[in-house]
Ligand binder design. Structure first.
Ligand SMILES: Nc1ncnc2c1ncn2[C@@H]1O[C@H](COP(=O)(O)OP(=O)(O)OP(=O)(O)O)[C@@H](O)[C@H]1O
Ligand SMILES: [Mg+2]
Length: 117
């Protein structure tokens, strides 16, 4: 199993949800985040320079972070589909980070591994 941590443009969330539905993923965790990539010094439209009242020289943009644990065999398919829908040719399209996941347990039933997803 792999965890995909996908940081995307907020307006792409519905497309990403549709992709995850297609692969019948068990669930997902979502957070609204602020972040920057390589253009951290560049003033971008919508960027803010303050976080929780503290000033920063980083130009922060609102993004959505989607965390989803999936079977290994669907990972490449998800990456391809996410790129197809989320790549706009502009900077700031986001990133996907991939981590190994040791185990998963559905608390209600005790099912483990892929069955626990
Ligand atoms: N190395 C990183 N570590 C953690 N989070 C990152 C990293 N790179 C990007 N992010 C997150 O992803 C969001 C989008 O990054 P972004 O797409 O701007 O990356 P980039 O490397 O600057 O690529 P591009 O040049 O296409 O803009 C950032 O706002 C930040 O939340
Ligand atoms: Mg960037």
């Amino acid at each position: 199993m792999k965890e995909l941590v996908m940081i995307i443009r907020p307006e792409k969330l519905e497309d990403v949800k549709a992709i995850l539905d297609e692969i019948h993923c068990g669930g997902m965790t979502l957070s609204t985040v602020m972040g920057c990539g390589t253009q951290k010094g560049t003033v971008m439209e919508g960027a803010v320079n303050e976080i929780k009242g503290f000033k920063t020289t980083i130009n922060l943009l609102p993004k959505v972070k989607v965390e989803v644990v999936v079977e290994d065999k669907v990972v490449e398919d998800v990456i391809t589909k996410i790129r197809e829908t989320c790549a706009t040719d502009n900077v700031g399209d986001g990133k996907i980070f991939i981590k190994n996941v040791e185990d998963a347990i559905r608390i209600r039933t005790g099912e483990r591994g892929v069955k626990g997803l």
